[in-house]
Design a binder for this molecule. Structure first.
Ligand code: PEP
Length: 250
């Protein structure tokens, strides 16, 4: 599979009531409609589960894709509070973020669990966005590549391929902190990841991407897009990031 365009994905995390989600989605749809073919990337938004139906309705036919932020490995059953990949697909999702550091660290999600969730996503025909990344102490100890390699080895199913998997390299210390990895570090880590994933797999960078740094990050040949948290909650900022994608791809 060849990568034809970059992907800019917004992770809204646990933010927004239905009216907020609809307004944000409408603002993006308006910008997409007036930009026409000018926008050089694919766009995805991942709202909280409570907003998927509302946001999905606003995005319908806009070309902006919808995704979930997590799913359970099983398709259904006695798992109070959980959501299956099939349920996300039923709401119109095409993607699901899995293994985000806020789940790995906040809920002690293991590589094995993330792997099972990715299998669930595949079963439901969703593209899994597998998040990997080292903590600051792991980077300072010189272990960043080993940590990411081990997360990939432990969380990527054997049958993963570029059509159903996207990797998001998100250094934990850069998420929501305003710190970003240097372009040299991003290039080096993405090159390492590329040797460990199926050919053609998109590799996104995430970690405090904003309108000011997006141009430098998204123009890197090794970067196939961005996973954006905080800045995706503001339509102007998210749109400015999307517009930073080089178009057409070299
Ligand atoms: C994220 O949560 O995936 C993320 C990258 O957040 P932020 O852009 O706010 O650092």
């Amino acid at each position: 599979m060849t990568i034809e365009s970059k992907l800019v994905a917004g992770n809204w995390k646990m933010n927004g009531m239905r009216a907020d989600g609809a307004a944000l989605a409408r603002a993006l749809v308006e910008r997409a409609a007036s930009a026409g073919d000018e926008i050089g990337c694919e766009l995805l938004v991942c709202p909280p589960a409570t907003l998927l139906e509302t946001v999905g309705g606003v995005l319908a036919a806009s070309g902006i894709a919808l995704g979930g932020q997590d799913c359970h490995p099983a398709s259904k059953g006695a798992y109070t509070g959980d959501i299956s990949a099939e349920m996300l697909a039923d709401l119109g999702c095409q993607y699901v973020i899995l293994g985000h550091s806020e789940r790995r660290h906040g809920y002690a999600e293991t590589d094995a669990l993330v792997r099972d969730k990715i299998q669930g996503a595949r079963r439901a025909d969703l593209v899994a966005i597998l998040c990997v990344g080292e903590t600051q102490s792991q980077r300072l100890a010189g272990d960043a590549v080993d940590v990411v390699a081990s997360q990939l080895a432990g969380s990527m199913p054997d049958n993963a391929d570029a059509a159903n998997l996207v990797i998001a390299y998100e250094p934990v210390w850069a998420i929501g902190t305003g710190l970003t990895a240097t372009t040299d570090d991003i290039t080096a880590m993405h090159a390492e990841i590329r040797t460990r994933v199926p050919p053609g797999t998109r590799i996104l960078y995430g970690g405090s991407v904003n309108p000011g740094n997006a141009g430098a990050i998204l123009s890197l040949a090794e970067v196939d897009g961005a996973l954006v948290g905080g800045a995706s909650l503001n339509a102007d900022d998210f749109w400015a990031i999307a517009r930073s994608c080089p178009s057409p791809l070299p």
